[in-house]
Design a protein around this ligand. Structure first.
Ligand SMILES: C[S@@+](CC[C@H](N)C(=O)[O-])C[C@H]1O[C@@H](n2cnc3c(N)ncnc32)[C@H](O)[C@@H]1O
Length: 253
């Protein structure tokens, strides 16, 4: 990321993130790889996550300065297939979100999320003296196929996130269904491979999606934009973030 293009707030976040990234690298060497028993693992590198974060801030999907927010009015993010909660922890430590909740199938990763978080916060705060928020994301053991919109809605999420490359089609579709059903969730960020696959898996046929999915009265889901070139940890490929929003109005013709 080119430093000259960053605002002062973004630069400050980047400099803290770089130290967190080093701590995370040590964590991975210590065995907090994120691998579990079930399901493929994969996670975006922290640089890529910041590129995504700044994109969300610049489009108004996340507040660009949480310090100016009214207490209790910050964004709440839910991660569908949360692994050990890496993206949630980065967002929480940097005070980019008010609360973070993850749903993860694999009990091994859910336990790993607690130990990874504890280790990361200890290293960052006590060993490096970083000015990060000391709050752990909640990672709950849930199968997305059994997860009800009511349970998700109870967390009052404003933003949904999923790195769901490798997640099978039914849970992906469930993420789309939950996004439609949970009124407070206005934005859904899905990191995946090709566009047709990502969109169809979540919301059905891409042709339907282009016209806008009917939501409730006067509301539809649209693919607002894509962000390419996100690099995963420990892998050479790149992924794309698909950023869906709920918008008012009739479908485009
Ligand atoms: C690619 S990893 C992403 C992990 C995390 N969100 C991140 O970005 O670091 C996808 C995760 O989804 C989980 N998963 C797969 N199917 C699931 C399901 N049916 N219910 C809940 N989690 C699931 C996997 O165990 C895996 O940890």
């Amino acid at each position: 990321m080119c430093a000259a293009m960053l605002s002062r707030n973004e630069e400050a976040l980047m400099s803290i993130m770089k130290v967190i990234k080093n701590v995370d690298r040590i964590a991975r060497n210590e065995g907090f790889s994120g691998e579990g028993i079930e399901g493929l693992y994969g996670t975006i590198g922290f640089n890529g996550q910041m590129v995504l974060t700044f994109n969300l801030m610049r489009h108004g999907d996340l507040p660009s300065n949480m310090l100016r927010r009214k207490p209790g009015h910050g964004p709440v993010v839910v991660d569908f297939g949360a692994g050990i909660g890496r993206p949630l922890l980065l967002w929480t430590m940097l005070n980019i979100v008010e609360r973070a909740v993850g749903f993860e199938l694999d009990a091994f990763k859910v336990t790993g999320a607690a130990t990874y978080t504890e280790w990361m916060l200890h290293e960052a705060v006590h060993e490096r003296g970083l000015p990060v928020r000391r709050e752990a994301p909640r990672v709950l053991q849930r199968d997305l196929l059994q997860l009800s919109p009511a349970e998700v809605a109870a967390h009052r999420p404003t933003l949904g996130y999923s790195f769901c490359a490798g997640v099978s089609p039914k849970p992906k579709r469930r993420i789309g269904d939950i996004f439609r059903a949970v009124e407070s969730m206005r934005v859904l960020v899905v990191v995946d491979y090709g566009k047709r696959n990502a969109v169809r898996a979540l919301f059905g046929d891409p042709e339907e999606e282009q016209q806008g999915e009917q939501q409730g009265p006067g509301e539809r889901v649209v693919l607002h934009r894509t962000l390419r070139g996100l690099k995963p940890v420990g892998n050479n490929g790149t992924y794309t973030a698909y950023i869906f929003r709920k918008e008012e109005g009739e479908p485009r013709r």
